[in-house]
Design a protein around this ligand. Structure first.
Ligand code: SAM
Length: 295
């Protein structure tokens, strides 16, 4: 069980890296909600440092204090690199953080979000309203409760950018790391479209990145990743997968990104056009994982 009590103090244990000998304990000053949704074990609680937090199956999903890093980098990097996104697909992302950043781009005409677990969205709306900040009411949103892998297999729709805001490859998230999913997602992209994925922290989860990169190399002309540091995704840089047939998209200049950023009227706390560019410069050990990825 992820929640344990030592006398009168509650602790939530993140067991994602338990096999590597690492369990991270967060003090829960208040357990706001805990239940098995039928799909996943969900805990929402308050921690002194990170504010309100949500964990699924023993892995931290989102925290009030550091969520901006992940959500800004997952959203603004592909949207501003592309420069003309009209249709966006979010797979997963039940808490609404990616959606919140996406709706800030007024040029986007339609946002489809496919989340497998309605309980995550409903509970996040109720107990973590600051994450979606009203974005679920945006008229451009089409919210679908379904398996994202099944959706991209059967949908006839096309999207300029697809953001896969998945859990790690456990439980319902496993299918979102399979080649069939990436292939079907690619088929849903318009020409020059971009697929972005969360691929864990390479220092602790190198196979999560290498396995996705091996599959991306078979599917896309340009398979790469970029990085961001998110305090609760411990172990240093997190890798965000980048698959596209347009190899020039990550060569967009800082000047162009700055122009698009200003045009969009964005105000961000982690993302800047310079950080965007720098995020594609990989530390050598991560570059090696990408370069050697094959299965
Ligand atoms: N930022 C987070 C992280 O990696 O820690 C991810 C947050 S978001 C809450 C992940 C969401 O993916 C969850 O709400 C989960 O229900 C959803 N999910 C998992 N498997 C899915 C699938 N097959 N199709 C659609 N959504 C899925």
């Amino acid at each position: 069980m992820p929640v344990r009590s030592d006398g009168k103090t509650h602790w939530v244990d993140e067991v994602l890296h338990e096999n590597g000998g690492l369990v991270i304990s967060y003090r829960a000053d208040r357990i706001v909600f805990e239940e098995s949704t039928g799909q996943q074990h969900l805990v929402i609680y308050d921690n002194q440092t990170f504010g309100r937090m949500m964990a699924l199956d023993g892995a931290t999903q989102v925290t009030e204090k550091d969520e901006f890093v992940y959500h800004e980098m997952m959203t603004h990097v592909p949207v501003l690199a592309h420069g003309n996104v009209k249709r966006l697909l979010i797979i997963g992302g039940g808490d609404g953080g990616i959606l919140r950043e996406a709706v800030r781009h007024k040029g986007i005409e339609k946002i489809t979000m496919v989340e497998i677990d309605p309980a995550v969205t409903n509970l996040a709306k109720e107990h973590l309203p600051m994450i979606s900040a009203g974005a679920f009411d945006d008229p451009r949103l089409d919210l679908v409760f379904a398996d994202g892998a099944e959706f991209v297999r059967t949908s006839p729709e096309q999207y300029d950018v697809i953001i896969v805001d998945s859990t790690d490859p456990v439980g319902p998230g496993v299918v979102l790391f399979e080649e069939a999913f990436y292939r079907n997602a690619k088929a849903r992209l318009t020409e020059g479209g971009i697929l972005v994925t969360q691929n864990g922290v390479p220092f602790l989860q190198s196979t999560e990145l290498s396995s996705t990169m091996a599959k991306f190399k078979r599917l896309f002309r340009y398979a790469h990743c970029y990085v961001a540091t998110i305090p609760t995704y411990v172990g240093g840089f997190m890798a965000l997968g980048w698959g596209t047939d347009d190899e020039f998209l990550n060569a967009v200049t800082v000047e162009t990104l700055t122009h698009r950023y200003r045009e969009a009227g964005l105000k961000t706390r982690y993302y800047t056009p310079a950080v965007h560019k720098a995020a594609f410069a990989l530390p050598a050990f991560i570059e090696e994982i990408v370069a050697k990825a094959a299965d």
